[in-house]
Design a protein around this ligand. Sequence first.
Ligand code: DON
Length: 567
Amino acid sequence: MGYPKLLLVIITNWMVLQCTAQIDAYHYQSQKKVVSQNGAVVCAHPLASKAGSNILKQGGNAIDAAIATQLALAVVYPGAGNIGGGGFMVAHLKNGQNITIDFREMAPSKASRDMYLDSAGNPLMQLSQDGHLACGVPGTIAGLFAAMKYAKLPFKTLIQPAIDFAEKGFAITAHQANDLNGLKKEFLQLNLAPTAFTKNKQWKAGDTLIQKDLANTLKRIRDNGAKDFYEGETAKLIAAEMEKGKGIISMADLKNYTAKERAPLEFDYKGCHIVTMPLPSSGGIIMEQVLKMISDKNIAALKFQTPASVQLLTEAERRAFADRAEFLGDADFVKVPVATLISDKYITARMKDYVPGKAGSSTTTKAGTIKESEETTHLSILDKEGNAVSVTTTLNGGYGSRTVVTGAGFILNNQMDDFSVKPGVPNMYGAIGAEANAIAPGKRMLSSMSPTIVLKNNKPYLVVGTPGGTTIPTSVIQTIINIVDFGMSPMDAVNKPKFHHQWLPDEINVEEDFNATTITGLEAMGYKVTKRGQIGRTEIIMITTKGTIKTITAVGDKRGDDDAEGN
Ligand code: DON
């Protein structure tokens, strides 16, 4: 072998080694911002971002990286990352095509409209939130396999980091130790067998979490595909768990589950083209309604988080959430007047009674008149070919139903609570609903998750999303407005305090560090302002081009262990 050829072999081997370098699961830190040229991965846990970033380095595209990141999150971020839950993927492919995959959970065939009401018709919220009866049929594995048609690498490569983290363990963060300690009693109460999530002593940062049963489940999925989860050994373990715990998901329910590709919801806002999730997420419709309601009002001139600009957004949110409660549900089951809700005529009429400087009221503002018949997680990924992927996925509440499938090692969701258990009764996020979101067998519960891609000239500009229940669309909207209207950097757009209004309760929720003068100004207009914990944990990638130089900036929210990796 000649000298140049030998050199080439050495360099190539070195590069492969770098690309497949083992991730040190015991020593890692969150990196909040990265600037890169060839791609980026940002999500809620550093180990999962690194797993996704390694896949990009191995020649995978953004879809490959999204699959690997999601699977890794199911292990290293078990409070929300999942294989026992569901979610949505929005992607912009390098050929210009925009796609979405709906892998939302569905109600089991034995589910019924009043299943969470007692004989007097009173809601039994514990049943829709805790334990076996709270679980919808999980969609994540079906969703990831549906995405494989856009991937390049074999599934076994994409699932391997997750298997390694589960089998060999990883060091948990301080946040995770805190969560697990806080939930110990519930894990013990809601499970029929010991789980990996409790131990005799208190958890502390740096402790190793090993999930052997989960590793075996992931290996079965690696070897037998989605069939293992929906018809094979894992399906049997889920059905057995349900029987033991008086849940209602059957083998037939699992077999009947399908992920669905849906046409994205797309609309324009101030020179940007927004691509986001349609029903069964309410997020896209809320975003379109709110952004259209404010689009002729020059929010930039009102300035960032002044009483006037907060009021404008609040009044738009009030109207959009009133419509959500009345009209929105799984459009495969109920007729939803989507075209009307987002039409210019309707939007203009909705804002007719908006009075600058004076608080509106949710007693007088109801849903419009139509004349026609806190744990979720997000990942944003961009590759060097120009594919962009935005995925929000959830178990619903933190650690979902807190019920682990015995022998399979993963946590099941408590997504049934996202249905309207009774008209007018708030769910765990305070969202109320009506007939459109009533429980029915096979129906998907209404979501707020809003994985979003903003395009400029048909190229990805922002890849963005967040957890946060009903605050999801309002956080994504604020992040977009912060950049598009207020000209902020992605770091500021994500980390500046956020606020939220969802029609009922009729109050503006603000984060602890929200501007005090603005609060006083809003109160003077007649608003009730309430401080609350963190709103969202937004992950964003922004792509800008100057001449021929493309700059990718990825930012993970300061509110958690979120981490951005560049390629
Ligand atoms: O689908 C939904 O809208 C909810 N299940 C999301 C829950 C959530 O974001 C919790 N996160 N903090």
